[in-house]
Design a binder for this molecule. Structure first.
Ligand code: BJW
Ligand code: ZN
Length: 250
């Protein structure tokens, strides 16, 4: 793979690296993306499923969707793209992995410094008393999990449209973006805010911003480089080249 000399040099001298990931990095594990022809939302409308009003209107429908996705995510494994980011974390002094994904695959792969902007599908909480509910069994069709303390409705601990992102996590992500020498924007359509703003914040703060995606996005023209291809091919290859710079063969 031919990476630009600038990217490799920037990476070689970077004290701080940040990666922002989206659904595209998990696509090769078998998790459907949201948008696009085979995206989840070619079959389900976001306004019907990914917002609080929709949940209150029809919790059974929303749980059916999340139960299906919980099952998909439970049964898949991290792919070479996730694994490459684990290697990168081990090679860089200050590495932050910011993800919009709720699938837990970065942690399962072994990344330690992970900031989940949109929550985690493996957790749920009661909308009345706020208690976390662990191990919500995958709800059967038409069944809605109830809180065992107060009987309230239990919802997945994910961020829906119109809801604030977890403020401390977003603040940490913003700081990591600002101090990054190199910022990798991987497998995201970059249309959902405020997550998409992080690449722009990094760019404005002087970071070298590189997008890795199978196609160009609305923000491509704002970045330093777009490397076109699958994250599961590009990232391992980038790590190989980076490693050979750090540990030159005699
Ligand atoms: C590959 C690949 C491979 C494929 N290798 N690449 C107007 C303007 C601006 C903002 C707004 C607006 N109106 C409303 C808003 C705000 C709204 C927003 O951004 N809307 C826009 C869509 C218009 N944002 C919000 O509401 C956020 N909250 C907020 O703003 O709070 C403040 C506020 C409070 C109160 C009132 C108003 C404002 C919250 C956003 C929450 C997003 N939640 C979801 C669902 C999470 C739970 C779940 O998973 O069920 O998060 S939506 C969905 O989109 C999910 C994702 O994390 C997110 C981003 O999607 P992503 O990851 O980019 O996936 P795709 O499918 O879009 O793209 C995949 C990419 O991969 C593609 O580019 C492919 O090409 C690529 N690819 N294979 C490399 N192998
Ligand atoms: Zn409760």
């Amino acid at each position: 793979m031919n990476f630009s000399r600038t990217l490799l040099t920037k990476l070689e001298h970077a004290g701080s690296v940040c990666a922002l990931t989206g659904a595209g990095i998990s696509a090769e594990s078998g998790v459907p993306t949201f948008r696009g022809d085979n995206g989840l939302w070619s079959k389900f409308k976001p306004e019907e499923l990914a917002n609080f009003d929709a949940f209150i209107r029809n919790p059974a429908l929303v749980w059916e969707w999340y139960s299906y996705r919980k099952k998909v995510m439970r049964d898949v494994r991290p792919n070479p793209g996730h694994e490459a980011l684990v290697s990168l974390e081990r090679m860089v002094a200050d590495f932050t992995l910011i993800t919009q994904n709720v699938d837990n695959l970065h942690r399962r792969a072994g990344n330690k410094n992970v900031l989940e902007l949109h929550g985690n599908i493996e957790r749920s909480y009661c909308i009345d008393c706020g208690r976390f509910v662990h191990d919500v069994v995958i709800a059967e069709k038409g069944r809605v999990p109830a809180c065992e303390h107060c009987g309230g409705l239990v919802r997945p601990d994910v961020v829906w449209f119109g809801e604030f992102l977890p403020q401390e996590i977003f603040a940490d992500a913003e700081q990591a973006a600002r101090r990054a020498d190199v910022f990798l924007c991987i497998g995201t359509s970059a249309v959902v805010y405020p997550a998409a703003s992080l690449s722009l914040i990094a760019k404005e703060a002087g970071s070298y911003v590189v997008e890795i995606n199978v196609e160009r996005t609305d923000l491509s023209s704002r970045f330093d480089e777009t490397v076109l291809g699958k994250a599961g091919d590009i990232l391992p290859s980038l790590i190989r080249e980076f490693r050979s710079l750090k540990e030159p063969h005699p």
